[in-house]
Design a protein around this ligand. Sequence first.
Ligand code: PLP
Length: 398
Amino acid sequence: MAYINDNFTKIHHRYLFAEVAKRVAAYKEQNPDAQIIRLGIGDVTQPLVPAVIEAMHRAVDDCAKAETFHGYGPEQGYNFLIDKIIAHDYTPRGIHLDSDEVFISDGAKSDLGNIGDILSANNVIGVTDPVYPVYVDTNSMAGRQIRYIPCTEQNGFTGDIPAENLDVMYLCFPNNPTGAVITREGLRRWVDYALSHNTLIMYDSAYEAFITDPEIPHSIYEINGAKECAIEFRSFSKTAGFTGVRCGYTVIPKELKIKSSDGSLVALNPIWNRRQCSKFNGASYISQRGAEAVFSAEGQRQTKEVINYYLTNAKIIRDSLQKSGFTAFGGENAPYIWLKTPKGEDSWKFFDRLLHSAQVVTTPGAGFGTSGEGYIRITAFGSRENCIEAMERIEKIG
Ligand code: PLP
């Protein structure tokens, strides 16, 4: 007899994007001619840049010849990519990493979920609320208890340091869904909390490429002591349009140790390496060659242009909303705008009103957690024309 992992049958059913799709489909059926603008989901819309396309074409050609064919690669990723990541993303910020501290993945979502493999089911998990649902779902699947740290206008959507002991804390800055960023001092407070409570921080910096303000940290390792308490997750998805290609990376410093049940300290780096060697066969050679091209001079110039395109969209959205009298957060150093609903309107009601009166699709904040009620998320990943048109329509409804 086989038995199910009961946690999966008990898990909270996520209906957010399914419900959004259902409401949009119903509206479309009644209004077949409606020109709907979708600023709801967080996928990118601009194509891969030429430097990446050319590198992936070359990689495909490599695989066409016996002398340059690539089969299974290292489970940890190719050094040609790891070395570029370290040289470009970490060394210039004064962060020293050895190549075996960076693990190439097929995107941040997989590793954010898989990392739970090496953690006890007894850990109490802290997440910010509103939250990227992956942290909650994957820990619920493992039967772990979750504590929610409210991220509100009052605390700049960065969460107050909790009084209680959390074993693991997920932080994401720039944040999805609020678009909030954290200052060095703000992040320092979380690192100090982690060091004094033996908390392991999972730092999701999937959106770091959108940071333009030099005062905002790109990596948690810019904070002293973070190598002893934090794992960092990054992705080429939003940085370089890899949502379909799939490539990311996870940093586990060798200094990072947590307790085993006998009280001894165990380094996580070799344990994660062991896990990857048993359960992962590496990201594809073609994806990794594409990711490597992001760090070439051309790749940098071209991907920055795309990021700036989205950041300009974000500015247009935020400025027009504010001009129309709305209160909007985020959208600076981040591709998400967190719009406060007028007069505390329920976020699903406001979502419906925008759909019916402006034919604009957004995401109701309540779907990201209790503290998301009273907000909606608008993404800047659409086309420029759609962003401008959507704002003109929203302005009309006031
Ligand atoms: N982390 C956050 C906060 C995200 O919003 C996303 C994707 O939307 C991811 C991670 C996953 O990125 P990837 O495409 O690398 O799996």
